[in-house]
Design a protein around this ligand. Structure first.
Ligand SMILES: [Zn+2]
Length: 372
């Protein structure tokens, strides 16, 4: 296959005019095949990786349901998200173990849909005061032994874990597990000094920057300032037009640079569904348009998938090349799969998305096959 005539995402130059070729599952410098796809006027980008979303199309990773997980993987693939690392909510250990086992079985059985490249344990090691839409009854103090049990049940799939660094035992937890899993600072009341200590202890990510944490102000720079002062960290950003004001999206890209921002969708099960009432981690959420809220008005996840978040970032003034970097390159680097996916160099997987000039998905190629 040769995709011709489009503007192709390039790691160094933004977008360049060239062909994208593959024969089989991997990108190649040229193609022996006669088949071509005319992408004139289109943008050609690598398949995206979402490292933080809970569900879509009526299903949630936290259900621990094999059919639900497959439905999630299929929906995401249709949206050009070719790699997924869905996130669990705050649940009791027993239910989290089930979630981990379901994910491991999905991987082992090679089920259809986007590649399950990891799972992200957003709960339960979070702060009650900043729990957001996490269920307060099921929060747990940071516990490395519990995390190891979950990692074992997931058969190596746990790639990210969130922790509130002010909780008792959090710094020991970070030091104990940071070699084996990416630790993210999240749902936290931590001020600058505590967050800085967490990053110096081995945390490398911030879960949904600005959301569920103290603000970034002139005498209290908080987690945001500590992350800025720790250049090895990356920051997740929900760019659904609801969670973060457009000006703060622009500010985050300016402050951290496009290499350090990881766009995430944080979608819950209502993504790809109609308005109505849905469950999120044992709590009822009302969805109306792009807004999902608990009964008290707390924002509860999003319904905007990662491709749509990327498009929203562009509508806020983020250059397309930077938005693609934040949705395809950086998340793949975060979970250690960038040697295989996340850009369009020969040798990588032929996971390729064609977007029309309005950034609407026109075609999705997955491991060399047209799937959408
Ligand atoms: Zn969250």
């Amino acid at each position: 296959m040769k995709i011709t005539g489009g503007r192709v995402f390039d790691l160094e130059h933004g977008f360049v005019e060239r062909d994208v070729c593959f024969d089989g599952a991997l990108l190649t410098p040229d193609s022996r095949d006669r088949e071509t796809y005319d992408a004139s006027g289109c943008w050609i980008i690598p398949g995206l990786t979402d490292v933080h979303f809970h569900g879509c199309r009526g299903a949630d990773l936290s259900d621990g349901d094999p059919e639900g997980l497959q439905s999630i993987a299929e929906y995401e693939l249709s949206r050009g998200v070719t790699q997924i690392c869905p996130a669990g909510m705050t649940l009791l250990e027993e239910r989290l173990l089930k979630v981990c086992r379901t994910a491991a079985a999905h991987k082992r059985e090679g089920r259809s849909g986007a590649d399950l490249v990891g799972i992200n344990l957003e709960g339960p090691f979070l702060s009650y005061a900043k729990r957001g839409a996490q269920n307060g009854d099921w929060l747990h103090r940071p516990d490395a032994a519990m995390l190891r049990r979950l990692m074992g049940a997931a058969e190596g799939l746990v790639k990210l874990v969130s922790v509130a660094p002010e909780e008792p035992g959090a710094m020991e937890f970070i030091r104990a597990v940071c070699e084996d899993v990416n630790v993210a600072v999240a749902h936290t009341t931590a001020e600058y000094d505590t967050a800085l200590e967490a990053f110096r202890s081995g945390a490398r990510e911030v879960t949904h920057l600005f959301n569920a944490m103290p603000g970034f102000t002139h005498r209290a720079p908080g987690v945001v300032g500590a992350a800025l002062d720790s250049p090895w960290t990356r920051v997740e950003l929900i760019c659904d037009g609801i969670h973060i004001h457009p000006s703060m999206v622009r500010a985050a890209f300016k402050l951290f640079g496009a290499d350090r921002v990881v766009l995430i969708s944080d979608t819950m099960r209502a993504a790809g569904m109609t308005d109505g009432k849905y469950d999120l981690g044992g709590q009822e959420v009302t969805v109306k348009g792009p807004l999902a809220t608990l009964a008290d008005g707390t924002i509860a996840g999003s319904v905007t998938d990662l491709m749509a978040c990327m498009k929203t970032a562009v509508s806020f003034g983020i250059p397309l090349a930077d938005a693609v970097r934040a949705a395809a390159v950086n998340p793949a680097q975060v979970i250690g799969i960038f040697d295989r996916v996340g850009s369009l160099e020969p040798g990588k997987r032929a996971n390729v998305v064609v977007l029309d000039q309005d950034l609407v998905v026109e075609a999705v190629f997955f491991k060399g096959e047209r799937v959408g």
